[in-house]
Design a protein around this ligand. Sequence first.
Ligand code: AMP
Ligand code: MG
Length: 421
Amino acid sequence: MATSATHVHDHDSGEGLLSVEDAREKVLSQVQPLATINLPLTESHGCVLAEDAVASSDIPDFPSSAMDGFAVRSSDVAAASPASPVELTIVGRAPIGRRPEATVGGGEAVRIATGAPVPAGADTIVPIENCEATGDRVRILAASPEGKHIRPAGEDVKAGEVLVARGRRLGGPELALLAAAGFSHPLVHPRPRVVVLSTGDELIAPPGSPGYGQVRDSNAYLLFGALREVGAAPVLAGIVRDEVDELRDTVISRAVQADAFVSSGGVSVGERDVVKAAFFRRGDVEFFKVAMQPGMPQGFGTIEGKPYFGLPGNPVSVFVSFEVLIRPAILKMMGRTNLFRPEITARLTADVSGPKGKTQFARVLVRPEGDGYVASPTGGRGSNLIATVARANGLAIVPPGVQTAAAGTEVTVMVFRAPED
Ligand code: AMP
Ligand code: MG
């Protein structure tokens, strides 16, 4: 992406901040794909396959008819025409899902249904509209070459072929193919179970009525949605007060059922910054500042061997931090290799200014116009303005060193929702 990979020393932004790319590297280096597990087909939906799935037999595994009609020998009907029909003896039926009642010898025909197995001896199907059947006799009015209207065995997949390659994410069509081939529990990287915590003495659970100065916890829902959309399994652990022991107890008690933790709030330098107080001294969670706006202070590490992502408290910071730093890490845990959002180039409809020396991620609404895209800022810059995210579908990237990206100029936009969607 269009960000600098070096440390930023511009004083306007504070010295020694970690660049966005370095922060991303740091976070990614701390997570690994989850250990593989055999899951039932429905549970494996959305997961990445961990080994090639190979067909043990042909699909389909028997030749079948593509038409209603008669299964015959092509040599018997080679000279048939409306003027000189060929008359054959009907020796039985070939129904769907069962063994044909008879085989086809010279001068014989078997009445066959679409999808039914082709009886032995027959090598072609004459569609019903070219046949006149009376009693046990059928008059064939047209020739039908060998193989005509027969779906051969192995037409879809041959035995030994790779059905779904390792590394492929399982969608409906892949599941259908595995089901057709008889797989019941493919080997996949499971969905990470991510425990979500909201820290803050001022928080109350929605939809409760806030007392003076209280705030409804919205971050839990932001993270729930973001985690669901990326394919993880969020577990909301609720609101944790700004008490070191309470946070520690909550996290440790949840560790057995978690593959990762995401908390919001309490990572900067104020006295109430509980995440820092709870985990800083353990040495396994590192707190640092990233040269980005919004979303600067972050804490990352492992607690009880599980990745811990400590995000800032402001909802827009949570969203941007998740998009830029956490989402790629969750995808890596899922065994995915394409970790980043698509980026497009769009023309700004209004100025976007940010702090010099930091990468600014500005909420924009992108829409197609002419041959390209235009991006309109959805509101103010404040990192408390969650409505500006709810109206947006992209984050315009204003790189460090650019103070104002002017209306009419082109910017790179990380698209988090399809413009039509
Ligand atoms: P903090 O980083 O804990 O100082 O929080 C920064 C700002 O984000 C404060 O104004 C908090 O009230 C707000 N905030 C923190 N957590 C949440 C949350 N879960 N939902 C909504 N706002 C929050
Ligand atoms: Mg707080």
